[in-house]
Write a protein that binds this ligand. Sequence first.
Ligand SMILES: [Zn+2]
Length: 295
Amino acid sequence: MDGMRALATAMGCAIAACAPHVPDGAPALSDTIVVGESTVRLEYQARDAGAARRVAEALVQALPCAERWGRLRVPVTVVLHPSHGALEEAVHRDGFAWLRAWARFDTIDLQSPRTWNLIFPPTLAEIEELLAHELTHCVMYQRAGSASSWPYKGIPLWFREGMASVTAGQGYKRGGPEPLWAFYARQTPGGGGGGLSGGSGGSARPGRVPRGGDPISDPEPLYQEEADLVYGAAHHAFQFLLDRYGAERVQRLLAEMGEGHGFETAFRAAIGIPAEAFEAEFRRFLAWRGWVGRP
Ligand SMILES: [Zn+2]
């Protein structure tokens, strides 16, 4: 350890810097950031020392936001990758130009903000927002399971990404629910939207699952090419869950998973209906444009 410095914040934050011995090309420096009672370790290469300072500053704001859903039980390691290619390699994804970070139980792989946009560098608020999103994933996974069980809880993409997006306040970039309504309208034979708006017989079947990918219940076929649609669906579905059933039941859902249940069982116990029924409710909300006329 070659130094220590502290950030004086209301949250109480300390940063310790050290230089672990690691192979060439891997992150060579690390800081430990303590916010309240939670710890985040930051790893980066020397060329990203400036970006790392901004990330450390952003973490102080982002972590309390994510911890709305519970404390980090296990320290998280944030690895700053010096390029987009290095990030994709680390997370084993190829062709995801829009990807900036990838969260797991106790790690966040993050493309260095230095390389997000060379012409318009991100603001601190943009870095905070992204970190709040990723840290929400970590909090969710740590509440749902252990370091070995969390990937097997069966948490659907809409819940994972929706909770992260809503918590990070990313609604402004998701657009309204209209594109989702239009998506389902296109799935209706003879559609154009008219068929979905009624719900009284004919070919209109609000709540049904279309073929070839569904942004809620079968998002994988759409994830790479129609990320905006998938993330928008996730955001609006989670917000719908919060509005309709309340945050306390969502907390209970996380607690049920933490007690050993998978998502389906936990959802039914906490929310009171099967997840599939909720997804159908949300599709009906879209089909009937339930948001129209709301304040
Ligand atoms: Zn995410």
